[in-house]
Design a protein around this ligand. Structure first.
Ligand SMILES: C[S@@+](CC[C@H](N)C(=O)[O-])C[C@H]1O[C@@H](n2cnc3c(N)ncnc32)[C@H](O)[C@@H]1O
Length: 262
């Protein structure tokens, strides 16, 4: 019987080599080949960051990087909830097939690494895809935690996300308006290309927004303030950055006023 293929799913932080932990470096050194998804030109910089991390921490003859073209993904923003879930499932299956074929074609005994942006536990499908590949061929997988955009956002703003003894809720722009209530405590929003929090201004103008784009990268931009006061500026800054750089990734936290502020 063939022994299972070793796989490392490595959280690399949000772009700064200083985010790469000692545990991640040790795991990088165990890998012979890294599979990196190629998501199209706009995000080439994210592939370049992964390459730079390998170059910084590894000798160049010890590893190879294989870019894997992502299967076509449907128009998520235009889909309702059910169609979105079906679309994402089909996309994950296509990705798992593609990765499975590549992994199977590698020489026996080689260890495969996935360089995961941020932390693999937050809005990243790598663990699910590797689990799906493991249903097709034998794998032994180890996951290494990384710094998430959530943690970097809080650190760069110098804040604690939760109020004392209060919850933190993490969600997406797509779900924000349906879910938001003051009882959620701080709400962290990822994957929001439309800054949906703008639609909360009437209902909750006194929320504080802590916003960060390109967190951990040299072009990092931060803004904070009372939602009603700063949201228009953040919308304008985000649009200008997207125009200039061709892409933008941002995360924000919305915190309710503490009872003492009322
Ligand atoms: C597919 S999710 C990946 C999250 C990642 N696993 C993490 O732990 O940060 C992508 C979303 O993460 C957030 N994000 C990732 N990197 C970021 C960065 N450098 N600056 C701001 N937000 C970032 C954005 O909300 C983006 O839409």
């Amino acid at each position: 019987m063939t022994s299972p293929r070793e796989v490392r799913v490595i959280g690399i932080g949000t772009g700064s080599p200083a985010h790469v932990t000692g545990q991640a470096i040790a795991a990088l050194r165990e890998c012979d080949v890294f599979l990196v998804a190629d998501k199209g030109e706009a995000k080439d910089e994210l592939v370049a960051v992964r390459r730079a991390i390998c170059e910084q921490f590894l000798d160049d003859r010890t590893y190879r990087i294989v870019t894997v073209t992502d299967p076509e993904r449907g128009p998520d923003a235009e889909r309702d909830k059910a169609a979105y879930t079906v679309g994402v499932d089909a996309w994950h299956a296509a990705r798992a097939d593609r990765y499975g074929e590549i992994i199977e074609s590698l020489p026996a005994g080689e260890t495969v690494g996935f360089l995961v942006w941020g932390d693999p536990a937050f809005y990243d499908s790598t663990i699910r895809i590797v689990d799906a590949v493991a249903r097709r061929l034998p794998l032994r997988t180890q996951v290494i935690a990384g710094l998430s955009a959530i943690q970097v956002l809080a650190a760069e703003h110098g804040i604690v996300l939760n109020g004392i003894g209060q919850p933190v809720h993490i969600t997406t722009g797509r779900r924000l308006l349906d879910e938001w209530s003051v009882d959620l405590g701080t709400v962290v929003v990822m994957l929001d290309g439309s800054l949906r929090c703008r639609e909360l201004v009437e209902q909750a103008p006194d929320l504080t927004i802590y916003w960060g784009a390109y967190l951990g990268l040299p072009q990092q931009v931060l803004r904070q303030g009372r939602l009603a006061d700063v949201i228009d500026e953040i919308v304008a800054v985000r649009a200008a950055l997207r125009q200039e750089q061709g892409w933008v990734m941002d995360t924000y936290a919305l915190t309710p006023p503490s009872p003492g502020d009322a």
